[in-house]
Design a protein around this ligand. Sequence first.
Ligand code: SAM
Length: 230
Amino acid sequence: MRESVTSKTYDIWSWFYDHTFGALVRNRQRRAVHQLRMRPGDCLLDIGVGTGMLLPLYPKNVTVIGMDLSWGMLAKAKRKCGELGLEHCGLVRADAMLPPFAPGSFDQIMITHTISVVSDPTKLIQWASRLLKPSGRIIMLNHFLSAHPVVAWFEKISNPVFMKIGWRSDLSLEEVLRSTDLELEYRFKMQMIDLWQIIVLTHTGSMNTASPKAATPQPVSAEQWAVKAG
Ligand SMILES: C[S@@+](CC[C@H](N)C(=O)[O-])C[C@H]1O[C@@H](n2cnc3c(N)ncnc32)[C@H](O)[C@@H]1O
């Protein structure tokens, strides 16, 4: 999926996201937020913040940055921030595969339903790992390719259909993690048969210094990226 197409697709999605897909995953999002271990003053990055459905769930004593590519999704998130007085949340329009932040900037990173949307999931996760402090954690909520061969076969053949509506169904977690310095702390599904899982990742110990190719953050002006909340 190309980012130019994705951002347009999600501009359209933004009009009905909260009442359709969003409504379906609301409880899972809440459960994913429960996995955070944040202290007052910590900094959290929400990659692919979308319409900001998770923003009201984050503690108010931490700084939250929501990053997304779609202006439409960000506009909805901005409205939520204003209506709910979420002054601890800021919004940034940026590509998750070229994020404008310094390495080690965040204590925790949340990635819900986004890694299967970007064109290069490995690059996204490598970047997330770099942006994370050495003791930080990444919480992911997503669908990944099933370990069951029949289900996996179905997920692979139906992938072209899912790509048309904005995400892929054939993404393997193991493949994505192979080229990172991240390890699985734990993972679980909310129900025995569930399309989505919650995954918690930490650094293996050594920071990954091998940055994704051509992904050095470019200097950008605040006006260019920031859609300040409120
Ligand atoms: C399925 S939505 C998930 C939104 C939100 N995380 C949630 O759980 O409700 C995927 C989001 O990822 C964003 N996205 C896709 N590609 C991106 C990229 N390369 N960089 C930043 N955001 C991206 C889309 O614009 C969209 O808002």
